[in-house]
Ligand binder design. Structure first.
Ligand SMILES: [Fe+2]
Length: 237
C-alpha cells in the first residue's frame, strides 16, 4: 500500500496539554517511561485506517453496568453521557467506548485489589457502548468511590472512571480517566496533576448535568471527549 504523500491528517499535540511520560510524583511512570527519545513513525494508511469495531460486538445492556447481575448494585446511580468529537469538533460516530471502574466502596472486582473495602456481588465495574450518528454515547452506572493506593503515604485516588477509545484509527487511540466535579481529592492527585496545562487538565472533569439527571432514578454527568487536536482529551500516562 502506497505511503500517503499529503500533509499528515492529524495535527500534532499542543505543548502542555498531555502528561509527560515521566512524572516522578506518579511513581509508576518512573519505571515505565521511555528512557530514549520516541521514534516518530510516518503516518501511512495503516495508521489512518482501522481497527474498527462493529455495533454487533456490543450487547443491548453492555452500556448499563447496573443491569449485569441478578440485583442492583449498591451506590449512587448515575448516567454518564457525552459526545465524542474529532479535532475539528465533528462527531465521531459508531466508535467503541469501553469503561472500567471501582464500585461505590472504592473496590475493583479484580484479584489485585485486596484493600479493605467490600466487593459488591452485583457490580463488576466494566461496560461498553458505541457512539451514535451524532457521536453521542451513554452509560448507566454507579458513582465509584475514592480508593487508597500506594503511590505515597496516605495516597487516595479521586473518584474516577477509566475510559478507552480507538476512534477511527490507531492515531486517535485514547486511554484516560474521567473525574467528578468538586472532588476534594483532585488537587492532591499526581495522575490528574501530571497534565501541565490547567485548562487541559479540567477537560478530564465531567460536568453535573440537569438535562441528563433523571427524576427519581439517577444523577447525570456530561463528559465530552476530543480525539486529537488542540482540545484533545488528555491521556493517562
Ligand atoms: Fe482506577
Amino acid at each position: 500500500m502506497a505511503e500517503l504523500t499529503e500533509e499528515p491528517r492529524f495535527r500534532p499535540v499542543q505543548p502542555g496539554t498531555q502528561p509527560p511520560h515521566l512524572y516522578p510524583d506518579y511513581k509508576s511512570t518512573v519505571k515505565r517511561a521511555p528512557t530514549k527519545p520516541l521514534v516518530v513513525i510516518p503516518q501511512t494508511l495503516s495508521e489512518l485506517t482501522g481497527p474498527v469495531f462493529g455495533r454487533e460486538a456490543v450487547g443491548p445492556s453492555d452500556h448499563d453496568l447496573t443491569a449485569h447481575h441478578a440485583g442492583e448494585p449498591l451506590g449512587e446511580r448515575i448516567i454518564v453521557t457525552g459526545r465524542v468529537m474529532d479535532e475539528d469538533g465533528r462527531a465521531v460516530p459508531e466508535t467503541l467506548i469501553e469503561i472500567w471502574q471501582a464500585n461505590a466502596a472504592g473496590r475493583y472486582a479484580h484479584k489485585i485489589d485486596q484493600h479493605d473495602a467490600p466487593l459488591d456481588p452485583n457490580f463488576a465495574g466494566c461496560g461498553r457502548a458505541m457512539t451514535d450518528e451524532q457521536g453521542v454515547y451513554r452509560f448507566v452506572t454507579i458513582k465509584p468511590g475514592a480508593y487508597p493506593w500506594k503511590n505515597h503515604p496516605n495516597a487516595w485516588r479521586p473518584a474516577h472512571i477509566h475510559l478507552s477509545l480507538f476512534g477511527q484509527a490507531f492515531l486517535t487511540r485514547l486511554v484516560t480517566q474521567m473525574y467528578f466535579p468538586g472532588d476534594p481529592l483532585l488537587p492532591f492527585d499526581p495522575i490528574f496533576n501530571s497534565i501541565p496545562d490547567e485548562r487541559a487538565r479540567y477537560h478530564l472533569v465531567s460536568k453535573f448535568d440537569w438535562d441528563t439527571t433523571t427524576p427519581m432514578t439517577a444523577l447525570g454527568f456530561r463528559f465530552d471527549i476530543v480525539l486529537r487536536g488542540r482540545d484533545q482529551t488528555p491521556w493517562e500516562k
